[in-house]
Design a protein around this ligand. Structure first.
Ligand code: NI
Length: 138
C-alpha cells in the first residue's frame, strides 16, 4: 500500500489564479484534490492511448421504428461480445430508444466498436466515456 507524499509545485502566479478559479467552479474544496483528479485523468488518457485494457460506457439514442437498425445494433454487439459487459435498453418514448453499453477490453477494439456505432445512419446520438480499470490510478 502506498502512502501520501507531499511535493511542491512552482508555477506562474497568473496560471495559479486561473487554476484557483477553475477549482472553485468545479466545487473542489482544495487544490490537492483538483490536482489528483487532473493526474488521474491524464493517466486514464494514457491507458487508452497505449491500447491497454480499459473500461467505459457507450450511450446511443436511436429511432425505434427503424427495425433494420435495431437488428444491426444487436448483430454488432454480438460480434463484440467479448468486450461488452452489459447493455441496458430504455424505451425513451413512442419513437426513441436509449441504450447504455458497458465495455471492458483492449482500447483499440472498444474504439473500433464505438466508431462503428457512431457512424451508423439512423443513430441520433452517441457519446463515449473513457474510464479506467482503476489499476493505474490509485
Ligand atoms: Ni426501445
Amino acid at each position: 500500500m502506498s502512502g501520501v507524499v507531499r511535493f511542491g509545485v512552482s508555477l506562474d502566479s497568473d496560471l495559479l489564479q486561473n487554476f484557483d478559479k477553475h477549482i472553485k467552479v468545479k466545487k473542489y474544496t482544495n487544490r490537492s484534490e483538483a490536482i489528483r483528479d487532473l493526474i488521474r485523468e491524464e493517466l486514464i488518457k494514457q491507458e487508452w492511448q497505449e491500447n491497454k485494457e480499459v473500461t467505459g460506457a457507450i450511450v446511443l439514442v436511436y429511432n425505434h421504428h427503424k427495425r433494420e437498425l435495431a437488428n444491426w445494433l444487436i448483430d454488432v454487439q454480438h460480434h463484440y461480445f467479448n468486450c461488452i459487459l452489459s447493455s441496458q435498453h430504455i424505451h425513451l418514448d413512442e419513437d426513441n430508444c436509449l441504450e447504455i453499453i458497458a465495455v471492458y477490453g483492449i482500447a483499440e477494439r472498444i474504439k473500433e466498436l464505438y466508431e462503428k456505432l457512431k457512424a451508423k445512419k439512423g443513430v441520433k446520438h452517441t457519446s463515449f466515456t473513457e474510464a479506467t480499470t482503476g489499476k493505474k490510478v490509485d
